[in-house]
Design a protein around this ligand. Structure first.
Ligand code: SAH
Length: 247
């Protein structure tokens, strides 16, 4: 995958990415010379040949994350935020995630957790996950080619997140992998999936059910005194259900 060496942001907040710095970067606002980009200090301002100004940054984790390959539907940032906040994932946490899909959730969580183990059944997705791990330079992600419904050999997991079609089928194997007090989280786009997962979790004596929630993020326009919600609608992503392992 192409590397990203610099991030360019216009005063209006439009972003451009520069790969290898051996050639000039061309944008719709003109081009910036490679010599200028190579010399630019973090946060400094450069002008293109048409006098458009750009702030120049070295890419941070989130800049790179936004450029990862995505094939399966990846989980949006707003939902990742709720998972982290509700489960308290931190630098001591061992996290398990299934299925990997493009590895977006696994990679984001790896940037804050001690270790992330990600399960996926499809080889084509595993190739994408590997390339994203490599692109982000992560060293703490393990990929397992396994069906989470039947095989988990990992134990002592703090947080386990399911993003797959039939999460209720994974509850038994998740009970073996999680440590007491550990969290099980299920992310599903549709209501019948939530019902089947939560009903199964409630019936299982290894878990206590906590809650189901949906995150709504509404962006606002701020132009002088014209301050109001953006007119584009709020899309739906998925519901998050949380439970906790007992004993
Ligand atoms: N959370 C991911 C997207 C997951 S898409 C991201 O943010 O990128 C769902 C994935 O689950 C698919 O890649 C699918 O192949 C995988 N999957 C489906 N059933 C599975 C199972 N039983 N075990 C492991 N992975 C499974």
């Amino acid at each position: 995958m192409n590397q990203i060496k610099k991030v360019l942001i216009t005063k209006e907040g439009r972003k451009f990415y520069a790969g290898e710095l051996d050639k000039d970067i061309h944008t719709q606002y003109g081009f910036i010379k490679k010599e200028d980009l190579n010399k630019a200090k973090e946060g400094s301002l450069l002008k293109s040949n048409t006098n458009k100004e750009f702030f120049i940054f070295n890419p941070s984790f989130i800049d790179l994350y936004r450029k990862i390959k995505r094939d399966a539907q990846i989980i949006p940032l707003k939902d990742i935020g709720l998972i982290i906040a509700e489960t308290g994932i931190n630098k001591k946490s061992r996290v398990l995630d299934a299925g990997s899909g493009s590895g977006a959730l696994a990679c984001f969580l790896a940037s804050i957790a001690k270790e992330v183990i990600t399960y996926e059944i499809r080889d084509d997705f595993i190739v994408i996950v590997k390339s994203n791990i490599d692109f982000l330079g992560l060293k703490n992600v393990k990929i397992r080619k396994k069906d989470i419904y039947t095989e988990i050999d990992d134990k002592n997991i703090d947080v386990l997140i399911l993003d797959l079609p039939e999460p209720w089928k994974a509850i038994e194997s998740c009970a073996k992998a999680l440590k007491p007090g550990g969290f099980i989280v299920s992310y599903s786009p549709s209501v019948p999936q939530v019902a089947d997962f939560v009903n199964a979790l409630r019936k299982n004596e290894n878990f206590v059910y906590l809650k189901t929630a949906e995150m709504t993020e509404r962006e606002w326009e701020v132009e002088e005194r014209r301050v109001r919600p953006k007119s584009t609608g709020i899309g739906h992503s998925g519901f998050l259900s949380f439970g906790r392992k007992v004993t």
